[in-house]
Design a protein around this ligand. Structure first.
Ligand SMILES: [Zn+2]
Ligand SMILES: [Zn+2]
Length: 240
């Protein structure tokens, strides 16, 4: 059985290391390649690993780095095997944006180093069909979802707003579950985290101000464009 294909987040980590390494020094015993192999093994993406022993082992990581050489116009060697289509897309996306590449990679590393957090993120379902839509990557998106499921701060947010307004309408469309569903919808509303994914990291602490109360439909729509769509913009879309 083969291990799962490399995910965008994993390719980002590999490309980040590639961009920092001298091409001639890439080999499977290099400490940074061994370290990346360990990070990839802790990254909360693939829980199914048919060939556990080989999963992102140093030689596989080394091969991945070497595959980038074929896409790299600055590399002069010949006869290299090319990586996948996705490797090429990620390479092209970040070729001239190594700062952003490094920023995302640092966040992924920090998450994989936090054992408890990584475990919690494993429990959040993968949404593979949408991996290309989230430019910050799946793991950061999972972190967004995890933070907005923090029940104690959600309870505080809802109580505060209920005290203030006497009801809990959606901040984007004003939908009110109680008004529509009666007792069944009493005090029901979802919470969306406002901090943009580009600023999200394992160090992000949620405050009440970061949370928006939204109905389930608006929440879904916000997540379809979670990189770019704010609650305020959605509100404007609904008005126009
Ligand atoms: Zn709504
Ligand atoms: Zn959300």
């Amino acid at each position: 059985m083969r291990n799962p294909k490399w995910h965008r987040d994993e390719i980002i980590l590999a490309l980040d290391l590639y961009s920092r390494m001298e091409p001639g020094k890439m080999n499977k015993s290099h400490p940074e390649i061994i370290e990346l192999s360990e990070i990839l093994n802790r990254l909360p993406i693939h829980d199914v690993r048919p060939d556990e022993a080989k999963f992102r082992n140093p030689s596989g990581v080394n091969m991945k780095l070497n595959n980038f050489k074929a896409f790299d116009p600055t590399y002069e060697g010949k006869g290299l095997s090319r990586g996948s289509k996705l490797d090429e897309e990620v390479f092209n996306e970040f070729q001239f944006d190594t700062n952003r590449l490094h920023k995302i990679a640092q966040k992924l590393r920090a998450i994989s180093e936090d054992q408890e957090l990584a475990y919690q993120l494993y429990l959040i379902e993968n949404e593979d069909d949408r991996e290309f839509e989230v430019s910050e990557g799946t793991v950061i998106y999972k972190l967004h979802k995890y933070r907005e499921r923090d029940t104690s701060i959600i309870r505080m947010k809802k109580e505060k707003e209920f005290k203030r307004l006497g009801r809990l309408p959606c901040e984007a469309c004003m939908f009110d579950f109680f008004q529509k569903y009666g007792d069944l919808g009493y005090k029901y509303i979802e919470c969306h985290h406002r901090i943009p994914l580009s600023e999200f990291s394992s160090k992000t602490k949620t405050t009440l101000k970061d949370l928006a109360l939204v109905c389930s439909n608006c929440h879904r729509m916000l997540h379809r464009k979670v990189d770019t769509l704010s609650v305020e913009r959605l509100k404007r879309i609904l008005v126009s």
